[in-house]
Design a protein around this ligand. Structure first.
Ligand code: ARG
Length: 457
């Protein structure tokens, strides 16, 4: 029999029960549900809404249930409609009628809003921690590669010389913003909705602030209707996770390219790559590919949430039960991807000589050549044109800018002198890019330091 049996004359059809039930997936909020109930019962007793003894009995009963879930003595094998009803059912079966007082001045509508906030608080903290570890690995790898010259690309065409440290630090910035976004979302998760009850508050003399304080919330939500119908914070966190996945997916794409024979900039550790069932020579970047693939499903979760909410009238609607599987899926997949990607990156081997060779091949110091002329009085547009001619000459004659003789240089402009070789040396090109945020080692060291400082906070 259901808890709401009073008004009903027939048993619920079993298929409806299965359709309706969220227990198979909201059972993972058991701890949050019970902690929320303990805080609620404590408040009811302190405010004189239930007796002190009843409050104590309820809290003791709830603590016992929590311990039994944790030890495995209790399982989630039940036809209860959701985790909230299930816990209350067990409580009443254990402590008798007193258990029925727990749901005073509360509804499942505000209860589920509380539970999901408590759950997402933990999830946000965990994701934040994983991102910190990833940033740490990025900083260490960047440190080791502060002088590792590689080409930067635009349109996937070799563009200008940078270092691998600079390239990695770019991802460091993305993940730092991801951390900041989660911190910001956390503020909107950390508001306490319980006491809104079904939709319109209650006539009992409750003290919502007391519940907020005992559960460590920053404040209470301000409108009872909004409290039970708001899922913005779920969507916001899912968006944050989507961006993390987008960053991981771009990084994955690069890792996949970099460990191809064509690039060969890095090699993955055997423990973090896979073989082929038929081609013995293969070493596949499955982790990176799966991460790129899983990005799609996290976007899907975000889309589910956005579309699920778009036409809902105030306040609670059962549609909102669909939020959990989507956000849980996004959380699970994002955290797995961050942690495994971190290890894959950490254990990968960088190949500086190959990177340098690629940087030599693509005339990526052509801008520096134009700058060389411009700094010696030639207007940049003209310098650009002269350099274009030089590059065309190199292509025709199978040469690089660094391998031209001074006579050849002078065919294009009398301004060229012997110091052009030093100016066009890739190491010089990188070192001279000292503008704020640039790839020069001094600047990248600053970036790494700032990332590390952020990570320590
Ligand atoms: N299982 C429900 C959910 O996840 C709990 C709230 C149900 N409230 C109700 N009045 N049916 O949203």
């Amino acid at each position: 029999m259901k808890m709401w049996e009073g008004r009903f004359k027939k048993e619920l059809a079993s298929e409806v029960n299965d359709f309706n039930s969220s227990l198979p997936f909201d059972c993972r909020m058991y701890k949050h549900d019970i902690l929320g109930s303990i805080a609620h019962a404590g408040m009811l007793a302190k405010c004189g809404i239930i007796g002190e003894d009843d409050g104590e009995t309820i809290i003791k009963g709830l603590k016992g249930i929590l311990a039994d879930f944790e030890s495995g003595a209790l399982t989630f094998d039940s036809d209860a409609e959701d985790i909230h009803m299930y816990v209350e059912q067990i409580l009443t079966s254990r402590i008798g009628d007193v258990g029925k007082k727990l749901h005073t001045a509360r509804s499942r509508n505000d209860q589920v809003a509380l539970d999901i906030r408590l759950y997402l608080r933990d999830a946000a903290k965990e994701t934040r921690g994983l991102l910190s570890q990833l940033i740490d690995v990025i900083c260490n790898k960047a440190d080791e590669n502060i002088d590792t010259v590689m080409p930067s690309y635009t349109h996937l065409q070799r563009a200008q010389p940078v270092t691998f440290a600079h390239h990695l630090s770019a991802y460091g910035q993305m993940f730092r913003r991801d951390c900041e976004r989660i911190d910001d979302t956390y503020k909107r998760i950390n508001m306490m909705p319980l006491g809104a009850c079904a939709v319109a508050g209650t006539t009992y003399p409750t003290n919502r602030q007391m519940v907020a304080d005992s559960l460590g919330f920053d404040c209470i939500t301000e409108n009872s209707m909004d409290s039970v119908s708001d899922r913005d914070f779920v969507i916001e966190l899912c968006f944050d996770l989507s961006l993390i996945m987008m960053h991981l997916s771009r990084f994955s794409e690069e890792m996949i390219m970099w460990c191809s024979a064509e690039f060969s900039f890095i090699e993955l550790d055997d423990a973090y790559s896979t073989g082929s069932s038929i081609m013995p020579q293969k070493k596949n970047p499955d982790i990176a590919e799966l991460t790129r693939g899983k990005c799609a499903r996290v976007y899907g979760d975000l889309n589910t949430l956005l579309v699920m909410m778009k036409g809902l009238p105030l306040a609670y609607n059962k549609d909102m039960q669909e939020d959990k599987e989507a956000v849980f899926d996004a959380i699970d997949n994002t955290s797995t991807c961050i942690s495994i990607f971190t290890k894959m990156l950490e254990t990968s081997t960088v190949k500086p000589a190959v990177m340098h060779k690629a940087a030599e091949g693509g005339y990526i110091n052509a801008t520096d050549c134009a700058d060389y002329l411009a700094k010696r009085g030639i207007p940049f547009r003209d310098a650009y044109k002269v350099t274009g001619g030089l590059v065309a000459y190199c292509i025709e004659n199978g040469k690089t800018l660094n391998s031209l003789s001074l006579e050849e240089y002078k065919m294009f402009s009398p301004v060229f002198e012997n110091d052009v070789y030093h100016a066009l040396d890739l190491a010089t090109c990188v070192e001279d890019r000292k503008s704020a945020g640039g790839p020069a080692p001094v600047r990248v060291r600053e970036q790494i330091e700032s990332l590390r400082k952020f990570n320590k906070k």
